[in-house]
Design a protein around this ligand. Structure first.
Ligand code: COA
Length: 219
């Protein structure tokens, strides 16, 4: 992924992250610590404060250069209000990727994230030829579960201790879309109100699993 795109919508502009976003990113993350930290991906054995935003952005840009990531920021009223990162982009017989996102608390509830996810997914499906997009969400994250429900991501399953979040391995519900499900695009389907209902529904058995975490010693 050489040049990062700019994807425009009246609600949000989704554009490639730049090194000079470091200050705005630091401020957004700092001002929204309590809002974001329960959902923030962490790295085992590394303290979250032990890297600065510039080196974090450098890492993202390096991954983008290698073609394995699409690191984007969300701009609303000329202000950086969130981040959308597509990672683990693989081509060939898998042609799949995984997507994560956040917005600052003051813009939550305006439908910015569903539009941003739709724009990025459409870009990767129709401009870059990806076949599948995945989003994995902690069972407690009702707001994020609404995002995939609104967009009609299909529930795929429950993964135990799948991603390291806020300092510990956390169970996740995973959802995906393949391009054949959205021939007219994710955004068009969403904006037309044509998202099929029920595809993101989590079976009761998986809720039972989520409510009963594995009792293993922490690591
Ligand atoms: C999850 C998140 C990205 C959703 O973004 P968003 O732009 O607010 O998305 P939406 O506007 O579509 O709102 C989604 C749901 O959030 C809930 N919501 C709305 N306003 C809210 C607020 N002020 N506070 C908390 N939740 C709110 C509602 O249930 C809403 O669904 P609804 O539109 O059917 O009422 C955002 O809440 C966030 O950044 N949370 C913290 C980080 C995070 O959870 N990242 C995702 C990890 S998987």
């Amino acid at each position: 992924m050489r040049a990062l795109p700019t994807l425009e919508h009246r609600l949000v502009t989704v554009r490639g992250v730049r090194l000079r976003d470091a200050k705005a990113m630091e401020k957004a993350l700092g001002d929204n610590r309590a809002w974001l930290s329960p959902w923030e991906a962490t790295t085992p054995l590394i303290r979250p404060d032990s890297f600065d935003q510039k080196s974090s952005i450098r890492g993202l840009l390096q991954a983008a250069k290698q073609g394995s990531a699409l690191p984007m920021v969300l701009m609303h009223d000329h202000e950086l209000v969130g981040q959308l990162n597509v990672s683990q982009i693989t081509y060939g017989s898998l042609s799949s990727a995984t997507l994560g996102y956040w917005v600052v608390e003051k813009v939550a509830g305006r439908g910015i994230t569903p539009v941003a996810v739709a724009l990025a997914t459409d870009y990767l499906f129709f401009e870059k030829g990806l076949h599948r997009m995945e989003v994995c969400i902690r069972p407690e994250n009702t707001s994020s579960l609404r995002v995939v429900e609104k967009l009609g991501f299909r529930y795929e399953g429950f993964r135990r201790r799948y991603i390291h979040i806020d300092g510990k391995w956390a169970d996740h519900f995973c959802f995906a879309l393949v391009v054949e499900e959205v021939p007219s695009g994710v955004l068009t389907r969403y904006e037309k109100g044509a998202v099929p209902s029920g595809v993101a529904t989590i079976p009761e058995l998986d809720w039972v699993k989520a409510r009963n975490p594995l009792s293993l010693p922490p690591r």
